[in-house]
Ligand binder design. Structure first.
Ligand code: HAM
Length: 412
């Protein structure tokens, strides 16, 4: 038996339908913010990902050589590819450029609940403006995606990487900063080796609010910038009760520089981060100077979180199963089938010549909302018999009124 590769999933029937509902919510939300869709290739030159992060990232890449010896990798994320696509094809467009994307991404990680080797990201990149209002728009869109999806039990942490950077610079410890960021990101503060006093100060900063930190730094420009972003978030209805300012949010990827943020769904346990993003620099690897901010939602994890809250939407389908009774009703049944399908009503027809009882049982088990029975009587009287599969109610109506009746069902 050949099985699925480790860390991958088959997305089947009901799950696929729930995904479509969520995808649609995210798409409509992005479009309501003026974003437009892009899609980049599934694989890129490996260099695109190692350029900023260094060769160590290769361990988590699906990297391979093609038949001509090119070093390629399946995309582990969309940000670097989208900036590459911007440089190659969208540079001349007026700014701001607001892009969104949805697709599978690949990371060679140790699989566990909520962590896969193939997973889907729904994300955005906002290219051009470098203002607090642009950071606020970025965060507000991510927040709105979660809100419109119906997720309630989540935390939003916001930070500015410049705050820690200023702290390190003012204490002349910038050289060790990389290790410290790493320890903060992995929540392993005990591993940090530095003077006790400094460590206590660092712990204070990681736990403090904006006002307290202002007194610990000489250069307050990053804090002031963050404050402006937060003030602007108010205008979107995202007040301070909806997020935490948390300076231990440092993000794992190497390209971030300014305001960063993460959404967490507590219900997910270890792999609880459902979205991450912020302000970053990547254009410079192509010799282009351009401001960029974005985020990516972990689509699979968000869906699990929604399921846990009972909010993963089912497609409300008024679908029906057509059951022709006897060979004589076949032409008439196919006429009805075509009429319904052309009107967009999802309709299927019995093809296995089963008895009416067995056909109805199949319609019931498969989740059809209605069955339509067409026998000799219906053909003679130009009618159809509709059975509501849930209530069991059955009525015979004129064939010409069928579409009207379905529209009424839809409105109910
Ligand atoms: P990231 O935090 O690496 O950011 O990934 C974004 C989201 O993808 C995470 O918050 C998580 O929900 C999901 N995710 C990551 N790895 C896995 C996995 N192995 N299995 C399931 N879900 C996973 C980025 O990728 C940045 N490109 C985001 C960004 C866009 N920043 C600016 N623009």
């Amino acid at each position: 038996m050949i099985n699925r590769p480790r860390g991958t999933r088959d997305l089947l029937l009901e799950e696929m339908e729930k995904r479509k509902v969520l995808e649609d919510v995210f798409r409509r939300t992005c479009e309501s913010f003026g974003y437009r869709e892009v899609l980049t290739p599934t694989f890129e030159h490996t260099e695109l990902f190692t350029e900023r992060s260094g060769p160590s990232i290769i361990d988590s890449l699906y990297a391979f050589k093609d038949k001509s010896g090119r070093e390629l990798s399946l995309r582990p994320e969309f940000t670097a590819p989208v900036i590459r696509a911007y440089v190659e094809g969208l540079r001349e467009r007026p700014k701001p450029l607001k892009l969104y994307y949805f697709g599978p991404t690949f990371r060679y990680e140790r699989p566990q609940a909520g962590r896969y080797r193939e997973f889907w990201q729904f994300g955005t990149e906002l290219i051009g403006p470098d203002t607090p209002r642009a950071d606020a728009e970025n965060i507000a869109l991510a927040y709105e995606c979660m809100r419109r999806a119906g997720l309630e039990d989540f935390k939003l942490n916001i930070s500015h990487l410049g705050v820690l950077e200023t702290f390190f610079n003012e204490r002349n410890i910038s050289e060790d900063a990389g290790d410290i960021y790493h320890a903060i990101d992995n929540e392993s503060m005990d591993d940090i080796e530095c003077e006790v006093e400094l460590k206590m100060e660092l712990e204070t900063i990681l736990e403090s609010d904006i006002d307290k930190i202002k007194n610990m730094l000489n250069d307050t420009s990053s804090i002031d910038y963050l404050q402006e972003v937060l003030n602007c978030l108010e205008k979107y209805g995202i007040g301070s009760e909806k997020y935490s300012v948390n300076f231990s949010t440092v993000r794992g990827l190497d390209y971030y520089k300014g305001v960063v943020f993460e959404f967490e769904a507590e219900s997910l346990g270890a792999e609880k981060q459902i979205c991450g993003g912020g302000d970053y620099t990547l254009g410079d690897i192509f010799g282009v100077e351009v401001s960029s901010k974005g985020f990516a939602i972990g689509f699979d994890r968000t869906l699990i979180a929604l399921e846990k809250e009972g909010k993963a939407g089912d497609i409300q389908r008024n679908n029906c199963y057509l059951i022709p009774i006897g060979e004589e009703s076949m032409d008439y049944a196919y006429e009805v089938l075509t009429t319904l399908r052309e009107d967009g009503v999802p309709t299927d027809i019995e093809m296995m010549d089963r008895s009416v009882g067995k056909s109805l049982s199949y319609a019931d088990r498969t989740g059809f909302k209605y069955s339509i029975l067409i026998g000799e009587d219906e053909v003679k009287s130009d009618s159809v018999t509709i059975k509501n599969m849930k209530s069991g109610e059955q009525s015979t109506i004129e064939k010409d009124t069928l579409l009207e009746v379905f529209r009424q069902f839809e409105a109910e």
